[in-house]
Design a protein around this ligand. Structure first.
Ligand code: FAD
Length: 456
């Protein structure tokens, strides 16, 4: 009897425990469902859809090279899977566990109708595998990371099967092009393919490119002007590479490598938090933040738009926001600066920023995005203090962002390293570049006053 392989954010053939098990169980029908009904509010954003299109296309090619193919369907997963199973004469479904609240609900719904086999492999360790002395999950990252480290390395990755047995007949499939996942007019993603090669081979290439650089990661990761990080985030998000594969390739006890592996553990930490609090993307983890008097978006609309478009008058923020729009990715240090600027200098609710990132990031991940936005806001379970307000101009100088700004804000390309971080202050702002939409001190004081309201 054929079995279904239900693919979601695990678009790979290597180190794919569900695929290995499915191959042993019978002819395999790999199935991907584009499903906006199950996540509803969290349906995939535009940049992720661009990625998905290319990733599915690569996956289908890899499957065909092994005698198989990808079946595509559209609709609510818990309805479509039983339909495809019936058409194919299957009653078992193989899949990796995923931890977004909507996927956990869908897994329960599928399990009620068919024989669902779920496997680990999306994270280094399944959520809840490490627990505090009291039996709860870790809310604070540092002890969590320490506990995870005692279980590392993860099991060695398993290779892709040589052949994937095909059923005697295939169920019907949509055509990928009919899903219209790619933007048409305007084609805002026309710059994406310069930076990215979605799919398993692209993920491996990034890993190989980075592995030897890992010892420099401790300092390199903070410098947006250089490529000091792995750029694996969209590949990890779409599961084109497993975190265990990354771990086993980037090994070492030097400071750079250890720092990198700890960042990979942040990903596990974030997924543990969304299992504990499924509404992490929409509700403050610290309820006292519910009293924070954010500015009403209708009144703050101009500022919000200036932030989205990279026209705030703060070069480092603008460079980051333009990099995001042009490439679907932003450097982590700049994500922190841009998010902090929105939340604190503009006093705009982190949820509006997180939503913009959701739509524009190719690595948009419910866990990582929500946990990091709440970390910056100070409303997360483990968070930066709200009153610690980042000074964007100081950060820009400290992390040597001049070349990065020149790349993304061409209006400032002729300014010197000394002037580029704050052209207003040096009286050298070119007319084409906007003045600051809020002064640093003014923004900072407004934020601190708002926070005093929270504390009563
Ligand atoms: P590297 O530095 O090479 O790190 C390797 C991997 O570790 C990353 O690919 C990622 O999977 C993981 N990782 C690194 N930093 C973090 C972190 N702080 N939290 C969780 N995992 C991490 N990351 C996403 O994957 N998706 C998001 O939607 C997302 N939204 C963010 C929003 C804000 C406001 C901030 C401050 C950070 C966000 N991050 C998000 C985390 C981080 O910025 C990216 O993972 C990182 O920049 C990706 O680049 P890289 O692959 O080169 O990372």
């Amino acid at each position: 009897k054929p079995v279904l392989l239900w693919l979601r954010q695990d678009l790979r053939l290597s180190d794919q425990a569900a695929l290995v098990a499915a191959v042993q169980a019978g002819p395999v029908i790999p199935l991907y469902i584009i499903d906006d009904d199950t996540p509803r509010h969290w349906a995939m954003g535009g940049a992720s859809r661009w990625w998905l299109h290319h990733s599915l296309s690569r996956l289908d090619e890899s499957l065909r090279a092994k005698g198989s193919r990808l079946i595509l369907r559209q609709g609510k997963s818990a309805d479509i899977i039983p339909q495809v199973a019936k058409q194919a004469g299957a009653d078992s479904v193989y899949a990796l566990h995923h931890f977004e609240p909507w996927w956990r609900n869908a897994e329960k719904a599928v399990d009620r109708q068919l024989d669902l086999h779920l496997y680990d492999g999306s994270l280094l360790l399944p959520p809840g595998a490490v627990r505090t002395g009291g039996g709860g999950i870790y809310r604070i990252y540092t002890p969590f990371a320490r506990a995870v480290m005692t279980h590392m390395p993860p099991p060695a990755p398993c290779p892709a099967p040589d052949d994937i047995p095909a059923p005697s007949s295939w169920p019907t499939s949509d055509s990928l092009d009919d899903w219209a996942l790619l933007p048409t007019s305007p084609d805002w993603a026309n710059g994406f393919s310069k930076d990215w090669t979605p799919g398993e081979a692209g993920a491996q290439a990034n890993l190989e490119g980075f592995a030897d650089e890992a010892p420099d990661y401790a300092t390199g990761r903070n410098l947006p002007s250089i490529e000091g990080t792995s750029r694996l985030s969209p590949h990890l998000h779409f599961g084109e590479i497993s975190p265990a594969t990354v771990w086993h390739r980037v090994t070492g006890s030097d400071e750079g490598t250890t720092t990198f592996l700890k960042e990979l553990i942040w990903r596990d930490y974030a997924h543990n938090q969304i299992v504990e609090r499924p509404d992490y993307g929409s509700a403050n983890a610290r309820a006292d933040f519910d009293a924070l008097p954010w500015r009403d978006l209708r009144q703050a609309k101009r500022d919000f738009t200036a932030w989205q478009r990279g026209c705030t008058g703060y070069p480092i923020v603008d460079a980051g926001m333009r990099q995001l729009w042009a490439t679907g990715w932003m450097h982590n240090r700049v994500r922190m600066i841009a998010a902090s600027f929105l939340i604190k200098h503009l006093l705009i609710d982190w949820r509006h920023g997180a939503r913009w990132f959701w739509d524009t990031l190719v690595d948009a991940s419910y866990a990582n995005n929500s946990v990091n936005w709440q970390w910056v806001a100070g409303s997360g379970v483990d968070a930066n203090m709200f009153v610690r307000i980042m000074a964007p101009l100081v950060q820009s100088e400290k992390f040597d962002a001049a070349a990065y700004i020149r790349q993304w804000v061409p209006e400032l390309a002729d300014l010197s390293d000394a002037h580029i971080h704050d052209p207003d202050a040096h009286g050298v702002r070119p007319p084409a570049y906007p003045a600051k939409i809020v002064g640093h001190r003014e923004g900072r004081e407004r934020a601190l006053a708002a926070y005093r309201d929270v504390k009563g």
